[in-house]
Design a protein around this ligand. Structure first.
Ligand code: AKG
Ligand code: FE2
Length: 329
């Protein structure tokens, strides 16, 4: 499969993060809207997340992944129960039914054990890398603010009030965070670190190390989304595609690590509240005339809450957790 190197826009979102004039916010919102209608992928700069925090996260994650497998298994996902937190080893996660060439740790907003819903609860942190706890929790807090800021721009770009999401779908957002380690793939490999997929919710904010490997399926074909220091890759998920009747694209992407080095990445998912239904916005007509999606799924046909949607997806990614999660729902 060929993949041209294609430019995705870099959008400075500082006017959405801090105080700014409504003209400056509207200008950023226009850039975001154009990127969402085009490939659904763009880079953000001016987000205000300190480089030391990013460097600290990378260093702590590298320390964790360098541990022997049995140490990492001490925080195995099997121990996270239906909170869906913890470590999974290489081959332990499926994308589109195939095992991925990566290992990782799932985190989310920190909650107590008595929270009564799946995919929510206490995080599992490794005893051997004590600094990971504060680093991850600080990062989650900052990225939640960045997520709200980008959603302000998305609201404005759709002609909505800038607080449309923060006072509704993201008043109590579903926040999930992962750190992934992709061992190097042989140069002739057919296997994917993450197979082709779209993300499930509203926004993904991805931090990747310097090794590259992310590819995005735009209307011009597969293009690379190389790492750009100081930025996050931002892409929109299925719920924003559904809300906008297909105007904003939830675009397929995939990863293969051909760098010959260990690749780390950190996707942060900023999604609607668990109990929210996310029907199409009445102000927008359907965009794509029923064009079939990459996986044949019809996003408009789904009924239920975002929690229902997410559980359906999770049970395909981690079949062994399905019974645990679904039995207790
Ligand atoms: O690791 C990456 O660069 C992307 C990961 C990804 O697409 C995902 O977790 O949804
Ligand atoms: Fe993704």
């Amino acid at each position: 499969m060929s993949s041209a190197s294609g430019p995705l826009p870099i959008i400075n979102v500082s006017a959405l993060v801090g105080p700014a004039s409504s003209e400056d916010r509207a200008a950023v919102a226009r850039e975001i809207g154009a990127a969402c209608r085009d490939s659904g992928f763009f880079y953000i700069s001016g987000h205000g997340v300190p480089p030391e925090l990013v460097a600290g996260l990378d260093a702590a994650a590298r320390r964790f992944f360098a541990l022997p497998l049995e140490r990492k298994m001490e925080i195995s996902m099997n121990r996270g129960g239906r909170a869906w937190r913890g470590f999974f080893p290489v081959g332990g996660e499926l994308t589109s039914g195939r095992p991925d060439l990566k290992e990782g740790v799932y985190f989310g907003a920190e909650a107590t054990d008595d929270e009564q819903r799946p995919l929510y609860g206490r995080n599992l942190f490794p005893a051997e890398v004590p600094e990971l706890r504060d680093t991850v929790l600080r990062y989650l807090g900052m990225l939640t603010d960045v997520g709200q800021a980008v959603m302000r721009g998305i609201a404005l770009s759709l002609g909505l009030d800038e607080d449309y999401f923060s006072s509704g779908y993201t008043a109590a957002p579903t926040v999930l965070f992962r750190m992934f380690h992709y061992p190097p793939s042989p140069p002739d490999s057919d296997d994917w670190g993450v197979g082709e997929h779209t993300d499930y919710g509203l926004l993904t904010l991805l931090l990747q190390d310097g090794n590259g490997g992310l590819q995005v399926h735009t209307s011009r074909g597969w293009i690379e989304a190389p790492p750009i220091p100081g930025t996050f890759v931002c892409n929109i998920g299925d719920m924003l595609d559904r809300l906008t009747g297909g105007h904003y694209r939830s675009t397929p992407h995939r990863v293969r690590n051909l760098s010959g080095r260990e690749r780390l990445s950190f996707p942060f998912f900023f999604d609607p509240g668990w109990d929210c239904e996310v029907p199409p916005l009445p102000s927008l007509p359907q965009a794509d005339g029923g064009r079939p999606r990459w996986d044949g799924q019809d996003l408009r046909a789904f009924t239920g809450t975002y929690g229902d949607y997410l559980l359906g997806k999770v049970s395909k990614v981690f079949p062994q957790l399905r019974d645990e999660v679904l039995d207790q729902t």
